[in-house]
Design a protein around this ligand. Sequence first.
Ligand code: ADP
Length: 272
Amino acid sequence: MQNSRNPKTQSLKIEGIKDIIAVASGKGGVGKSTTAVNLAVSLAKRCQLKVGLLDADIYGPSIPLMMHLKGKPELSNGDALTTFIFISADRKMIPIESYGVKCISIGSLVDEREAIVWRGPMVMKALEQLTRGVDWGILDVLVIDMPPGTGDTQISISQRLQLSGGLIVSTPQDVALLDARRGVKMFSKVNVPILGILENMSYFKCPKCNESSYIFGQGGARKTAEEMNLKFLGEIPLEVEIRSGSDEGVPIVMSKPDSVISQVYGNVAEKV
Ligand code: ADP
């Protein structure tokens, strides 16, 4: 992995973590979490790195489901975790390990209905705990599944954590690409290097006739990447097994490691 850490970011390093990569999208539902999960597992399994995965999508955490996380994290001093907001330096959360990746998600900690009403400052406090209140140990890379969009929370995360780079996920659809451009601008504004754009839901290959249908348009993300002078990281098709794997907590890079799709995720992991 290249160490492209940004020297200009005025933020604090998390001890023991070499690189932090944020997976972002301009809008929700484009496959950001799916990408974060498959990237994290590829980095762990294929690249043999020590990997963490932080679900920063406070209002819609999907990592517990996608990574099959059960129960609550334990505390480093052996206490049971009751509330996570008041964890001190000597009582850190121990991430839940799945597929060789150390995972932390708000979804494992509080009821979704509780977090959904949190306002900005509370969200930032929670994110502070989810990053610095965690005993990550030594990590080569921490993958962050960012909240969708490009608002204050996303900017604060990008500023406060010393991000090595941001990866943008988009569908080929014009409206998603417009939002992806905003994501690129957001990272640029806070001097975070962009690792590239990954296109998700690029096409659907009919299992009967093998023909590809470009449901959301064709080649949009590649064109946008070229226009913005960014790396195009590849195309992930619409695939039933990606969806079912997410719902069952088995990422496609685990269930079908030799598939073309897993190769694309693997290439992304090697490139970033
Ligand atoms: P986001 O994090 O951008 O909101 P998710 O990764 O949660 O998006 O994906 C939204 C839904 O779409 C999930 O149910 C996921 O399984 C499904 N999905 C994502 N990418 C694909 C794909 N390439 N093919 C099929 N289903 C997908």
